[in-house]
Design a protein around this ligand. Sequence first.
Ligand code: FCX
Length: 437
Amino acid sequence: TKSLRETMKEVIPPKQEQLKKLKVEHGQTVVGDVKVDNIIGGMRGLKAMLWEASVLDPIEGIRFHGLSIPDCQKVLPAAPAGKEMIPESMLWLLLTGQVPTAEQTKELSRELAEKGDLPKFVEDLVDSFPRSLHPMTQLGMGVAALNHDSQFQAAYEKGIKKSEYWTHTLEDSINLIARLPALAARIYRNVYKPGTELAGVQKDLDLVGNYSNMLGYGHNETLTEYLRLYIALHGDHEGGNASAHTAHLVGSTLSDPYLSYSAALFALAGPLHGLANQEVLRWQLAMQKELGDKISQEDIKAYLWKTLNSGQVVPGYGHGVLRNPDPRFIALQEFCDSRSDLKSSPIIDLVNKTFQVAPNVLKEHGKTKNPYPNVDATSGCVLYHYGLTEFKYYTVIFGVSRALGCLTQLVWARALGLPLERPKSLSMDALTKIIKQ
Ligand code: FCX
């Protein structure tokens, strides 16, 4: 069977050809207009970025190299004793566009475990942070510090050909993904369980098997399986979202993968993006506290209106692109439905009940373009159910996941020789001048 590197060497030349052809034959073809609304509206809907691994359809949701989430759940290999697709098989798909065999997936798990230990100075750095420093700040700083060992940076300093950039970018990306569980688990231990022992990386476990074990949940196979699914599912969501776009922008300056992904993590840390999963749980628990045990649809409706009338958003609902329930939300709901303990969990029940009511309330409210749940509407609740109740940590798990897509695109950006990103900005006066012309 072919290795990941051999596969990449095979799939890159046809893509380079495809790009060349696009440039030569269609370089001047118009694919859309730029409206003033796009310029002042956060560039919504503007087709202005190349992103190879996934495309987001407003109705169908995300597809990874053409495969929908249910497709991926069918074909992507699981952990040896598990059923859910694992991040390693998703990473292989994102990078190569091909579904890996069980053997290829296992080999990638082995490589990641082999490379999973943190350098001592990063352990010391993370241990020196105050416990009160937000876990996302710690994660971003830890990832940036890992660039001490960047192969790309070392090779660039020595002087390498542009055509070789991608190989070093790939090595850095693999090393970074391998080290994320140890880094993220160390942050969890330091902040929430200080003084307790932290398990080491076990060479025979898959990436999430190790992560769950280091978090102290290795004994809970359902939670470990959930984390496998969650981390594989969140891996990529096309290029325009804030974290992916940030990684792409920073990477386009030839910053190494560690610095690029560190920057992306600080975009993920915003409440309108990755922090939403922490907000959802806070909001649902406040609802539970206020409304008590027997909550009716009318109660939920009234609570939703209270949130909206106080000028706040309903966390976990709405999306910049999606206009239907997020298939990632559906996949996580199905996971819960298939396990009796989760099905009867009060917090998961409340998420379900909210889903029955919220879309109509949001439609009536009439502001959001998408009244349906996004993935964050449910993602934290299973963690909460199993005792991982520290909300502030939830975005870190998202951060372990999003590396798959952001780093894949960095490899492709280097393989395709994509240039420095540099859109044109305008002042309002400059814009008005153009409008008057
Ligand atoms: N509750 C109340 N109002 C909402 C809303 C919600 N869930 N979602 C959007 N709106 C409002 C917006 O605030 C905006 O109001 P304004 O005109 O007064 O500024 C109006 O509806 C139009 O927004 P819309 O175009 O539909 O949405 P945007 O693309 O601007 O924003 C996000 C998309 C996701 C930021 C928005 O829906 C939101 O704030 N949702 C709640 C937070 C959340 O769940 N974030 C997670 C998103 C995602 F999954 C991720 O990236 O991680």
